[in-house]
Design a protein around this ligand. Structure first.
Ligand SMILES: *[C@@H]1O[C@H](CO)[C@@H](O)[C@H](O)[C@H]1NC(C)=O
Ligand SMILES: *[C@@H]1O[C@H](CO)[C@@H](O)[C@H](O)[C@H]1NC(C)=O
Ligand SMILES: *[C@@H]1O[C@H](CO)[C@@H](O)[C@H](O)[C@H]1NC(C)=O
Ligand SMILES: *[C@@H]1O[C@H](CO)[C@@H](O)[C@H](O)[C@H]1NC(C)=O
Ligand SMILES: *[C@@H]1O[C@H](CO)[C@@H](O)[C@H](O)[C@H]1NC(C)=O
Ligand SMILES: *[C@@H]1O[C@H](CO)[C@@H](O)[C@H](O)[C@H]1NC(C)=O
Ligand SMILES: *[C@@H]1O[C@H](CO)[C@@H](O)[C@H](O)[C@H]1NC(C)=O
Ligand SMILES: *[C@@H]1O[C@H](CO)[C@@H](O)[C@H](O)[C@H]1NC(C)=O
Ligand SMILES: *[C@@H]1O[C@H](CO)[C@@H](O)[C@H](O)[C@H]1NC(C)=O
Ligand SMILES: [Cu+2]
Length: 542
């Protein structure tokens, strides 16, 4: 009888999840439209069903999320649920040229996602740097039972917004002319897709005495954001979909892709309003507009109440040390079977363009998506060469424990995102190994899917290869990804082959995009790619 108990409890849990589980089906016609979110510049943006911003998505853990996406753009597109593991549904991860061919113009793709996780996520295009044109939205998953109590939740989506289209920025940053490359341009802060001088648009309303869960998301294309409220403490309770023990801070930094939830207890009276700050660090590229761009708006308790905006801000901007966080669900740090050291460099390459690279190799998308290659090259799927030199493939064995050590030798900080997994953050330090800069996790390290690695520092993360699939690992500054700061984990290729049947719509879109439905990175048989382009290479050795 005693032995049965866990089974019964297990069934009850399963039952209660099933009882709530539902299908959430969305019809998304991805369209161009026009918007002027900061009142300073009307521009073409990418929205949904003729409207911008795209609607916020809220689901319950256990649901199935179905998005019928139709592409009305004049180029490919795709949708990636950032932070979702996509266990068994690698072909719905949305990474163009990695796990799909992209949705062809005038074509459709239905993403069917099992919502197994809870927390704060976001959905965005993963086709070139396209989401920077506005195709991104929060994706919130509610668990049956939250760890913490609060009265209300408020989504605070922070974003460095450009007055120009992503393609123009891409072409500028990848220009062979130094003058063009380094011409300054700046982003503008948007809070929930609104910005500018009319603070009414970005005011957050509090009622006295209530406790709020602010869900902070950084959905910028570049840069680091920091967020703080004058005279209010914030208690961190979640990062990247992982619930944490409370850590009190008075500011948060989020790099692109990162999310955090903080509990904020409102003041008891509506006597004052308070300024909040959401500043951008624009370290998009050395030499370009590096100054911090401050933005601030209002936490409003009562219309017209006097504003507390301390001359000497009460918000301190210390680096938010995520290694200190303790997850609620305590999982031990995996061991190390495979060690993957990665050096990060920026340099001018022999094509006279500025690229970024892991270990001197700058990423370029293969012609054939790596998932197609894994499924159509037989036993050769286990040879990294079939995926193409430039996609920087790294083969992982099933259930192998992997340590990735990222050494950022660049003068910019870079936010790295791993698809299909959370990683444990084991350690951070500076490249000079100054002990003053060393922080190490305790017994149960925090797990997240996106990590900031500041300039001239390193971070060590670990994960277990328990999710067969092709998973991109890349800098989430979208232009840095375009400049080559990405690589591909080919996780358990034989397990992918055994367990994956590509949906017909995958192949149909590849046909429409003119991409072969079989073969190696170049669409040919086996290891037939002697003429594949391997460069560019760095001009001066790093
Ligand atoms: C999507 O929107 C475009 C432009 O408004 C329209 O022409 C097209 O018929 C729509 N397609 C679908 C599937 O709704
Ligand atoms: C889009 O596809 C439909 C149906 O396949 C076709 O009738 C239409 O001409 C296409 N439109 C464009 C712009 O290609
Ligand atoms: C902001 O809102 C207040 C109250 O609703 C209104 O009096 C004021 O004119 C608004 N300001 C702007 C710039 O829209
Ligand atoms: C978002 O992340 C980018 C890049 O990591 C950073 O530069 C920017 O300041 C961040 N924005 C916010 C509001 O935290
Ligand atoms: C708060 O003060 C800063 C610095 O003077 C200023 O830039 C900002 O606009 C003020 N914020 C509000 C909401 O008035
Ligand atoms: C602000 O704080 C700094 C250092 O804490 C101090 O030097 C400065 O005098 C203060 N300024 C004001 C206006 O209080
Ligand atoms: C390491 O610590 C020293 C002294 O505290 C500091 O000056 C330096 O900026 C730190 N380096 C990094 C990369 O954080
Ligand atoms: C794949 O399936 C084959 C045939 O069923 C089996 O022999 C093989 O062990 C499987 N490989 C893996 C990695 O699961
Ligand atoms: C990068 O290239 C330089 C010289 O071209 C070489 O010395 C260095 O070891 C390379 N680094 C890596 C990580 O391969
Ligand atoms: Cu992503």
């Amino acid at each position: 009888m005693r032995a049965l108990q866990p089974v019964i409890i297990g069934l009850l849990v399963l039952f209660s999840i099933c009882a709530r589980a539902k299908h959430v089906e969305l019809n998304w016609n991805i369209t161009y439209t026009y918007a002027n979110p900061d009142g300073m510049n009307e521009r073409r943006v990418i929205g949904v069903n003729g409207k911008w911003p795209p609607p916020i998505i809220e689901v319950d853990q256990g649901d199935q999320l179905i998005i019928n996406a139709f592409n009305s753009l004049d180029e490919g597109t795709s949708l990636h649920a950032h932070g979702f593991f996509q266990r068994g549904t690698n072909y719905y991860d949305g990474a163009a040229s990695v796990t799909e061919c992209g949705i062809a113009p005038n074509s459709s793709y239905t993403y069917e996602m099992e919502v197994t996780q809870s927390g704060t996520f976001w959905l965005h295009s993963h086709y070139m740097a396209q989401y920077v044109d506005g195709l991104r939205t929060p994706l919130i998953s509610h668990p049956a039972q939250e760890y913490y109590q609060y009265d209300e939740e408020i989504i605070v989506m922070l974003e460095a917004w450009y007055h120009r289209e992503s393609k123009e920025i891409h072409d500028q940053l990848l220009s062979t002319s130094e003058e063009i490359r380094t011409a300054p341009f700046r982003p503008y802060m948007l809070v929930n897709s609104k910005g500018g001088e009319n603070l009414n648009l970005t005011t957050i309303r509090f009622e006295p005495g209530k406790t709020y869960r602010l869900r902070l998301l950084n959905v910028s294309g570049t840069g680091m954001v920091r967020f703080g409220i004058e005279n209010h403490k914030m208690d961190v309770i979640e990062v990247d979909g992982v619930d944490t023990e409370i850590k009190s801070v008075n500011s948060m930094q989020l790099s692109v892709g990162q999310r955090a939830s903080v509990l904020v207890t409102a003041k008891d009276t509506a006597e004052f309003n308070y300024a909040y700050h959401a500043d951008i660090f624009t370290d998009i590229q050395s030499g370009v507009a590096r100054a911090d761009l401050p933005f601030s708006s209002i936490i409003e308790y009562a219309q017209g109440a006097p504003l507390v905006n301390s001359t000497n801000s009460t918000v301190d901007w210390d680096f938010f040390q995520d290694v200190d966080l303790i997850p609620m669900e305590k999982l031990p740090l995996p061991a190390v079977h495979k060690w993957i050291p990665l050096e990060v460099h920026t340099s001018i390459f022999d094509d006279r363009r500025e690229h970024l690279a892991f270990n001197n190799r700058t990423y370029e998308m293969p012609i054939v998506p790596s998932l197609t290659t894994a499924l159509t090259t037989g036993y050769q799927a286990y040879f990294s060469d079939v995926y193409g030199f430039k996609s920087h493939p790294i083969i992982l064995d099933p259930m192998e424990d992997v340590e990735v050590a990222i050494f950022n030798k660049d003068v910019n900080s870079h936010p790295f995102h791993l698809h299909g997994h959370n990683f444990f953050i084991k350690e951070r330090g500076s490249l000079d190994h100054n002990p003053a800069n060393l922080t190490q996790a305790g017994k149960f390290p925090i797990r997240r899917d996106s990590i900031t690695v500041p300039p001239l520092s390193y971070a060590i993360v670990r994960f277990t290869a328990d999710n067969p699939g092709i998973w991109l690992f890349h800098c989430h500054m979208q232009f840095h990804k375009e400049q080559g700061l990405a690589l591909t984990f080919i996780e358990a290729p034989f397990k992918i082959i055994n367990s994956t049947r590509l949906p017909d719509q995958y192949k149909r879109n590849c046909d429409l995009m003119g991409i072969p439905n079989e073969g190696n990175a170049m669409g040919r048989k086996g290891l037939d790619l002697p003429d594949e382009p391997r460069g560019p290479f760095p001009l001066e050795g790093f």
